[in-house]
Ligand binder design. Structure first.
Ligand SMILES: NC(=O)c1ccc[n+]([C@@H]2O[C@H](COP(=O)([O-])OP(=O)(O)OC[C@H]3O[C@@H](n4cnc5c(N)ncnc54)[C@H](O)[C@@H]3O)[C@@H](O)[C@H]2O)c1
Length: 249
């Protein structure tokens, strides 16, 4: 029987690339996003790659909408085998004391609470069915300190914490939970961030030993490996995919 994955933030960037990559392996995808346009685009790409897909509109910072995307996926596909808990925003890139409280609440709401709500409801379904595999999207900013991303960094360090601690509770019941920590990767989010803050692009690329940004396809390959391969003994791991960026810090 076909396997099913939920991908949040599936309408763009890392989520969209991963949806297409997993579809090439015949995995059905529930594409979750606030953007109907992006979500529907991914559904079409998944179908063109030969798998089935549905779009579920949800704002992951709202617990009831998270419960709804989980329920709808089970209703439609019957199970959840894989979960790419990925939706996130970068914020404005302002220094911390120039950041509005509203922006702090928004970043925490989406990146941290949204990820926790997803884990809360998805893990419940997976554990009822004997287990499953999850990848959370952290960031280089989740493993090192950087300026102009204090709130973002707090949420991504939080992703690392929830990844490790969930394993401590539920690995024995068949749950695998890992995180990926991409460095700057050429997605729409990063393109916009660097367009708004051009001086940071030069800093970012110059500081990467491989002297280039990552690609969404490279991250999609890693996520697919962690979720679906026979590497069933990798658990609670945070895998950096950043051209050597954080290894030199
Ligand atoms: N691109 C990078 O360089 C990079 C590096 C490290 C980590 N990340 C992380 O990767 C993840 C994906 O980012 P991306 O680069 O693909 O960005 P992106 O902007 O291309 O895609 C993010 C998607 O999430 C959706 N989204 C935003 N808020 C949402 C919400 N409240 N509910 C549901 N969906 C929502 C957007 O509509 C969009 O489709 C994020 O968690 C980001 O922090 C990205």
């Amino acid at each position: 029987m076909s396997k099913t994955a939920i991908i949040t933030g599936g309408g763009s960037g890392l989520g969209q690339s991963t949806a297409v990559r997993m579809a090439q392996d015949g995995i059905n995808i529930a594409v979750v996003d606030v953007s109907e346009k992006g979500g529907n685009e991914t559904v079409e790409l998944v179908k063109a790659a030969g798998a089935d897909a549905i779009f579920i509109e949800a704002d992951v910072s709202k617990a009831e909408e998270v419960k709804n995307y989980v329920d709808k996926t089970v209703e439609h596909f019957g199970s959840i085998d894989y979960f790419f808990n990925n939706a996130g925003i970068s914020g404005s890139g302002k220094y911390f004391l120039e950041t509005e409280i509203k922006e702090i609440e928004q970043i925490v709401g989406i990146n941290l609470l949204g990820a926790l709500y997803g884990l809360r409801y998805v893990a419940e379904v997976m554990l009822k069915n004997g287990g499953g595999s999850i990848v959370n999207t952290a960031s280089s900013a989740g493993v090192i300190g950087q300026d102009a991303v204090v709130t973002y960094s707090a949420t991504k360090h939080g992703i690392v914490g929830m990844t490790k601690s969930l394993v401590a509770e539920y690995a024995k019941d068949g749950l695998r939970v890992n995180a990926v920590a991409p460095g700057p990767t050429e997605t729409p989010m990063v393109k916009k961030f660097f367009a708004d803050n051009p001086e940071m692009k030069e800093n970012a690329t110059g500081g990467i030993p491989q002297k280039r940004l990552g690609t969404p396809e490279e991250v999609a390959e890693l996520v697919t490996f962690l979720l679906t391969s026979k590497a069933q003994y990798i658990n609670g791991e945070v895998i950096r995919i950043d051209g050597g960026f954080t290894s030199t810090k």
